[in-house]
Design a binder for this molecule. Structure first.
Ligand SMILES: O=C[C@H](O)[C@H](O)[C@H](O)COP(=O)(O)O
Length: 227
């Protein structure tokens, strides 16, 4: 089982990197599936592909440096041509839950700047309705208790993510609250309500950002395109 899931991730990644062209600015996602794409991009660069990349986390940055993938400062560009990233869940409208690895804030900024966001997943990530995966919400530490209380009014039961005995700290120095909202029948509404809460820096609902989801499915891949 484990191996077939890894195979699906790798197949999806291999398919996605075919959409990268010379001289593009490329967003590099975070997580175990995105790592396959980064490895593949490293190979392409070794073989002469000319790109400049923007990593979505410190982990991804380290990996890109090890693979000699040239990087560019996000604050010097106006848009990103293509980004390849993973997801924790996706639905038929290509709305996503992201942030299982805690990188959602930079990922969402990169996704928002991207012309073509390609999401790569294994077949366990496809759902009819988002919400089985607890929604990661990035909060400034000062507001964590306030946000925990506020999400209760939206029927969310949250817990601060821990790493052993201490709070998990994101690349931007924040906490993550993982919130169980039950099944999310209206992700657009929930997203807008969460955007109104002071202290939330970002949340893992990615609405209408993905252009394409490439899902590994046994020995092949299936592509879902946004309408
Ligand atoms: O914060 C992490 C990211 O949103 C990941 O892309 C997401 O959690 C999926 O990760 P994986 O490919 O390891 O399942």
């Amino acid at each position: 089982m484990i191996n077939s899931i890894e195979k699906e991730k790798e197949l999806a990644a291999k398919e996605a990197i075919k959409f990268i062209n010379n001289n593009q600015i490329v967003g590099l996602g975070t997580g175990s599936t995105a790592a396959y794409a980064i490895k593949g991009i490293g190979e392409l660069v070794k073989n002469g592909l000319k790109i400049k990349a923007i990593p979505t986390s410190n982990r991804t940055k380290e990996m890109a440096i090890l693979l000699n993938i040239p990087l560019i400062d996000i604050n010097t560009i106006d848009s990103i041509d293509v980004s390849i990233d993973g997801a924790d869940e996706f639905d038929s409208k290509l709305n996503l839950i992201k942030g299982g690895g805690g990188a959602l804030l930079r990922e969402k900024i990169v996704a928002s700047l991207t012309k073509e966001l390609i999401i790569i997943v294994d077949s366990t990530k496809k759902v009819d309705t988002l919400g089985k995966f607890k929604l990661p919400i990035e909060v400034i530490p000062f507001a964590s208790n306030y946000v925990l209380k506020k999400v209760q009014f939206l029927n969310g039961e949250g817990k601060i993510r821990m790493l052993g005995d201490t709070e998990f700290i994101t690349d931007e120095g924040n906490y993550i609250i993982d919130v169980d909202f039950g099944l999310i029948s209206d992700p657009i509404y929930l997203s807008s309500k969460l955007n109104e809460i002071e202290g939330i820096v970002s949340h893992g609902l990615f609405i209408k950002l993905a252009r394409k989801v490439i899902m590994g499915n046994n020995d092949t891949t299936i592509s879902f395109e946004s309408k």
